[in-house]
Design a protein around this ligand. Sequence first.
Ligand code: SF4
Length: 474
Amino acid sequence: MKETSPLNLYKFLPQTNCGDCGEQTCMAFAAGLINRERTVEECKPLFDEKKQKKYAKKLAKLRDVIAPEVALVYIGTGDKQVKVGGEDVMYRHQMTFFNKPPFAYDVTDSMNEADLVERVKLIDTWKKFYIGNWEEIEMVAVRSVTGDADKFAKCVKKVVENTDKPLILCSFDPKVLKAGLEVCAEKRPLIYAATKENWKEVAQLAYDYKVPVTLRAPFDLDGLVSMVLTFKEMGINDLVLDPGTAPNGEKLQETLQNFIKLRRAAVEESQKDFSYPVMALPINAWMTTDDPVRGAYWESVISAAFVCRGADIMVRHSIEPHSVMPDMHMRFNIYTDPRTPVQVKPGLNKVGKPNEDSPIFLTTNFALTYYTVESDLGSNDIDCYLLAVNTDGIGVQASVAGGQLTPSKIKDAFAEAEVDFAKTSHKSFILPGMAAKFSGELDDLYKYEVKALVGPEDSGRIPGWMEKQWPPKK
Ligand code: SF4
């Protein structure tokens, strides 16, 4: 997006403040466009047939101005559809990254049916809860290793029967790709790949079946651009670039440099011929070793590097937790919005099976803090209540210093959560140690009818604290 100021987008809107979009003003809608919380289509007057003449130029300009620097490509259909690319910045801290690179895990047409179905189901159901979100594997890459079109078609059919995740169809043989497309084209798979040798036939497939296509030119950026120009001339615009992924040595360094060059050309130099999402192939780590532990480890290392260096989609093989989870966590953290702390919904939650004798802890609604405290309580079998106070997602220490967490705010949060201390046997709650200084003021606010106990600074020490301090002495 070339503009980051709502004022500059406002001039392309009707400026009538009609409220049809649900915002009170066009300026608020413009701010929503910049944050990608709103889409142009939601401003209905721009699309009103009677006003088309009046707004046509504004609409065209608006679309041009808000288009992301790296083109956005949709793969798959329905609620599992993935967005690839669509980024506007080189580095996360310049604004935010928007679309985390989907991980596509491979299956091959040489697998026997039982193994194939088992792996597809594993990919389909893989889930990990991390800081309030379910992290999942987003895609399946179906690789032709036999070169047999019929086998590939059967394999794709079996995959489609067992998952509705978006697919990448992988073969350099257009006949094999066509056989796969015959099975699943309506699901809008990504085809991989057009090369210097097969580009004519693959371009025709992308055109005929209306699917996104990967252009592959390993370590040849000029060759890649020339393919982009050719495909664009043919009217094929849903493109993904594969500039080559070397798994080690100097070529790995060149790979990373190419990824940076491509992102820089798209974002900083607005070179439209480079402005497409880029694919990394950490799966190539398996070309360096047969050892399953080394392979999984090195694949994870390469994936982590590309998460940070501009890969928009990745093909992987190692599905063991020790290989997937570090990269899932890395990806989650790189693709959270640095402008907004990760938050949980404020309010009172149960941990285990609490009753009127159970302690009531409080923390802030900063997701990292909340889930750390919840995990420390749950993993130590402490049945209790946990209140998340709304501090706009700021942690305890910073919110005490910054005024987002105050005694009156704590009292209000308990009132909003309808906590009736009279019904508890202990008539108390436990402050985080870092908010200890509020204890006296809270006693005053509650007129000594409710006791604000001071817990430990680190929630990992709650079990030890409980042994000595719970239940509170009368
Ligand atoms: S619908 Fe369009 S014209 Fe109406 S308030 Fe929203 S942005 Fe403005």
